[in-house]
Every structure is written in C-alpha cells, then in structure tokens.
Design a protein around this ligand. Sequence first.
Ligand SMILES: [Zn+2]
Ligand SMILES: [Zn+2]
Length: 380
Amino acid sequence: MSLAPVAALWRLLSRGQQAVIRRAAVQALGSLSELVDAQSAPQLLADRLADRLDEVGGEALVREPVGWLLGRGLVQRQVCGDVRCDDGIRLDTRGDCPGCVAVTAERRAVRARVRGEIDAELAGDGVVVRQAAFEERLRERTALNADRACARRARIVVEVEARQAAAVRRREAEQAAEAERRSAACTQCGLPGAAGLCPQCTYRRRADALMTEAVDLVVAVRADLDDAAQGTELTERCAADTRALLTRACQRAGGSDEALMAFTAPQVAAQLLDERRVSAVRRLLVSEEAEAEAEAVYEAFLRRRPGGHRAAEAAAEEARRRTAEYLLRHKLGQLQVVRARVAAGRKPTWRNESAAGVTSPADNLVVTPGGVAPHRASAS
Ligand SMILES: [Zn+2]
Ligand SMILES: [Zn+2]
C-alpha cells in the first residue's frame, strides 16, 4: 500500500532491487511508527512518495529508480530541528511545520539585523566591502544558530522519547492490571486465578437468580400478599422445594460430576422458570379479574357488532390473557414491595392505605367497560 504511488517504478526493478527497496520501505515505516501511530505510518509513507514524485514531475521523469527511491523517495527530509519535520510538513499533524516557519522567519530577521549592523559600522565603505563583511558575519551567526538548533533538536528528541516511554509505561500498567484482574481468586469459593468469579460459581449464581424468580412466580400468585408472615413462610418452603427439584434434575443430567452439574444448573433453572411462568399465567387466566375483564370485553364487543359471537369470544380471550399477564406483573411488583417492607422492619399496610382512600394497585383493575383496566384498546 505504501509503495502504490511508485507502482510503475516498482515494475522496472529486478527482483533483487525490489528486495532492497522493500527493506528500505520497511525501515522507513519503522521510523515513521516511532513518530506517529503505527496505523497512520503506511499512509504517510505513501503521501511522501507522492509528494516527492510531484517534485520531479512524475514517475516517467525518474531516471534511476533505485537511487531515487533510496535517496529521495523514501527518506525523511528534516528541514528544521524538529524530528517530526518532513519537508516542512509535520508528520504527526500533517500541518505546516511550525519549526520551519520559525526557522524561516528567524533567518530573515537575522539577515536584516546583520545588514543593519554592517551598514551602521561600515557606513563609509563601499558596497563590495560591506557585502563581504555582511556575509562573514552572517556565517558566524549561522554557526551560532546551528548550535542552538542542535540543542533544540536534542531537546525535542528527549521529549518524543519521554512520550514514547510514558506510552509504554501506560501499556505495561494496563497489562499488569488485567493480569491482576485475571489472577484474582473467586470471591465465592476462593478458587485462585478465577478473575473474581470462577465458572462454577458463575453458573451457580445465574441458577440462583433464575430460581429466585421461579420461587417469586409461585409466591406471587399463591400467597396472600397482605400477610407478610405467610408470604415469608411460603417463600422459604417453595425455595427449598425448588432447590431440591433443581438438584435432582442436575444430578440426573450430570451424575456425580460437580462441574457438569454446575454447568447444567442454569439451563434447568431457566426451563423451570418458563414452566412456572406458564402455570402462573394459567392460574390467573381463571382469576376473578380476568373473568370479569373477558366478560366485559365480550359484552362490549357484541353491543357494537350484534351477532359477532365468535369474534367477541376471541376478543374476550385476548383480553383475558392480557389481564392475566398484567396481574402477574403486578403481583410480582407487589411481592417486591412486601419484601422491601419486611426487610425494613415495617408491616405491609395496603389495607390501611385502601381504607384511607388510596386504592390498592389491585383495586385499580376495574373491569367494567369504560373502567381503567389495562390494555383495553381492542375492547373499545
Ligand atoms: Zn520543520
Ligand atoms: Zn468460585
């Protein structure tokens, strides 16, 4: 890619010459990679070749391809003291090199100053004498400036090296942190080198979370959510049953292989959760609220389209299903509220709130047409 601008020259080269040029290109890329990021280096080298070709007037005008490539095409032309300077363009920013701009301005200023000095000192002398003195002094000044430029260049080299060293240190620190993270013991079982959580404990945790959800589904639809003690008792009993069920299922799948059992647990738990969800919805389909909603939708439908019994039936069943799903979501939410209140040491107090004029969330599910039952779109 880097050599694309000189493709025609490349074809003129022998195998051996191509090898030489390839090495030189790789070396140039290496130098560029030290100054800019490695991804930009190939493009920069290609740009440089294109620029240099522009100078000579195109590939056709290059008389000695190898000499030209090694001596002009591929080499950096550092005009000022900045190591990032290539022909007055900064390699890292691709903008004009400020160093070069400064050098040019400085050179002009020095010439003007020296000219002024000589004119003042040798006011009575002729042009030739003054010109010779001017050039002599300019040489002295230039030598002085070259020393300064050299020092400046050394300073920039140090700066670039410091930046590169800092980048290396940062990479090393990141690698060390990553290694430390990987080597951290499992916080659950203490297994070393487990990146904080070993695979077995990861599976176990996932299975636990799914089981908790499965237990909640049972408790939400079966417990009297006003009775915190009963809810707690049912949760414990159901959790023990579910755990035993899971263990048996895992043993069937994995035998005595503990790793295989741990691996199987989340899959079994997910399946169990699905089954529990289906049966929870099924239970709520025949709940009082779902029945009432289905009936209301059925009647509303028939009022609009008398005789459309079959369509009314379908709409009613759809309403029944939506109501059951809504009830389930709602009960799960209520269960979390009860749990939070129990955990905070407060008794659940929905009854009292209802009495005080605040309807309980369940009471909001008014099931007559025109009420505020959820998702009534198809009924109206
Ligand atoms: Zn420059
Ligand atoms: Zn572990």
